[in-house]
Design a protein around this ligand. Structure first.
Ligand code: GAP
Length: 516
């Protein structure tokens, strides 16, 4: 884990040094858990969004997109359950004045037990070699069995306290386990109380509670309230989906790990409307389809896993996370939720407007069930960078070993697709030719022209931002109108006629390949 954390620090530093991500309002010492995307960050983020949008909307005849407003009628959040139930249990340490999520403190305690279990198993594995039977060992070794029982007991107490909104029991668990504040080391805790995660603001022309507005904590509700508008105007038949990309806001208590948990973030959500009783079939379909999407962009299978929810949100009858192995361990990247008819029924009830669909096949009206896929754009960005970031030894221009930092991004989502580099700056004819190639290619791709510094340094700069191809213009170019194309990962160079560069590059960076 120490090596992984080291890797994480390097990724965070790389994001700043190369203009991917900056702390928001940095000149004022920053705003906690809020970040700005820099010139390369915004390109990469837009490409990730494009990959998601095309896979959902362009590649599915029965999915259409919308872009709903961030502000919604306040009743929306009453109907959705967010006013009453979108809470985290909060506890303060009276000495350090630090604020924690009570459930997270307990989960961290449980993680420590897991570490102990894994340590015992690793030791035993070493001792018994190939004959080691892990299942038997877990059941029969008294120490491990005790840890496992303890872990299960705390887990079930936590689950029951959370689902019963029982703040007194939560505090009791913390006291019984003698959990101390990581900062002050003291056990001087306040009571646990519910903290609503929605940010609120005020409408300009309405005073008091009546004018209270919320910044949306999920984009999904903009889809639910528009369900009939979209269905009627596009004449979609069930099953069909509505997709949306947009900002969401949560006043997270524990905001950490860079852009993993932010207070302002972006979601890519799709609600798939199905006939009641069909939801589990579609839930399985979307689990499978979303996993394929992650693998197609190059995320290795072993870095992805499903994690089934034991504690279901108030709206769900089944839920699973796709977890990614971030540098700080396996954590949620995307959620797939079977949301039943909860949202549409609640909006129907509170608004008094029918949100039903007449099914021509069944010949009846019903409130559709919904399967949702929901992924944080920023989390996908972090997963993508964690996957792509590498430090490796490669030969430099003189054939000596040198270390390079490279982002091995899939070319389809790389911020810059190609850099055009004259081999030397001094020769006017070379720079003129290179500039002309750049001026032509920029109509088709995001390109850069760079003539500053030696060619080796320029290659390294492009490696560091993940540019998949460098087009180098040299003396031979002036003789026969050919250039070399250097491939970022293999370092292979091919010489091609200038007029073929655009076609070669188009074929290689095409997003289409990811959908086949
Ligand atoms: N509409 C369902 C929903 O919002 P969620 O599991 O709370 O479900 C979905 O969030 C996804 O949004 C998560 O899997 C994660 O990728 C992203 N997400 C949630 N909270 C986030 C935060 N504070 N910062 C960054 N991304 C977040």
């Amino acid at each position: 884990m120490a090596i992984q954390n080291d890797q994480f620090k390097k990724i965070v530093a790389h994001c700043k040094e190369y203009g991917f991500i900056f702390q928001s309002s940095e000149i004022y010492d920053g705003l906690s858990a809020v970040y700005d995307y820099g010139p390369y960050g915004v390109e990469l983020k837009n490409n990730i969004k494009q990959y998601w949008w095309q896979s959902m909307v362009q590649m599915h005849e029965n999915i259409v997109g919308i872009d709903a407003a961030i502000f919604m009628h306040p009743k929306t959040w009453k109907a959705s359950g967010h006013v009453d139930a979108f809470n985290d249990p909060l506890i303060d340490n009276k000495d350090s004045k630090k604020r924690y999520r009570a459930d997270v403190l307990i989960e961290e305690y449980m993680e420590k037990i897991e570490v102990k279990i894994n340590k015992e198993i690793k030791k035993a594995h070493k001792r018994f070699g190939d004959s080691f039977d892990e299942v038997k060992y877990r059941a029969e070794n008294p120490r491990v069995a005790k840890y496992i029982a303890n872990h299960a007991d705390i887990g079930s107490q936590l689950a029951s306290a959370m689902s019963n909104n029982d703040m007194v029991t939560l505090k009791g668990i913390i006291e019984e386990l003698q959990i101390a504040c990581p900062v002050s080391g003291s056990r001087n805790w306040t009571d646990v109380r519910q903290f609503n995660l929605m940010f609120s603001t005020q409408l300009g022309n309405v005073a008091g509670e009546e004018g209270k507005l919320y910044l949306r904590p999920e984009t999904a509700q903009g889809i639910f309230v528009n369900f009939l508008n979209v269905q009627k105007t596009t004449r979609q038949k069930i099953p069909f989906g509505i997709a949306q990309i947009g900002k969401a806001f949560r006043n997270e208590i524990v905001a950490r790990q860079f852009i993993f948990r932010m207070r302002e973030f972006e979601q890519m959500e799709m609600q798939f409307f199905v006939a009641p009783g069909e939801e589990m079939k579609w839930y399985e379909y979307w689990k499978d389809t979303r996993l394929k999407w992650h693998k197609a962009i190059g995320t290795p299978e072993e870095k992805l896993r499903f994690h089934k929810h034991e504690n279901l949100a108030h709206y769900a009858n089944a839920a699973v996370d796709i977890q990614f192995n971030f540098p700080f361990g396996f954590k949620e990247l995307e959620g797939i939720h079977s949301r039943t008819d909860f949202d549409l029924s609640s909006h129907q009830e509170l608004s008094g407007k029918k949100l039903q669909y007449f099914d021509p096949v069944l010949g009846e009206n019903y409130v559709p069930y919904v399967v949702e896929t929901s992924i944080g754009c920023d989390r996908m960005f972090l997963a993508t960078l964690s996957n792509a970031y590498e430090e490796e030894i490669v030969p430099d221009a003189k054939g000596n070993d040198s270390t390079r930092t490279v982002l091995k991004l899939n070319p389809a989502i790389a911020p810059v697709k190609c850099a055009v580099l004259p081999l030397v700056k001094k020769e006017d004819a070379l720079t003129k030719k290179a500039r002309a190639i750049f001026e032509d290619l920029r109509f088709s791709f995001n390109c850069q022209y760079d003539e500053k510094d030696g060619i080796g340094r320029r290659y390294r700069r492009q490696d560091a931002i993940g540019t998949p191809y460098c087009v180098t213009v040299d003396g031979t170019t002036l003789e026969d109108n050919t250039v070399t194309i250097r491939e970022r990962d293999s370092l292979e160079q091919i010489r091609v006629p200038i007029e073929k560069v655009e076609q070669i590059m188009s074929d290689r960076i095409n997003m289409k390949k990811l959908f086949l």
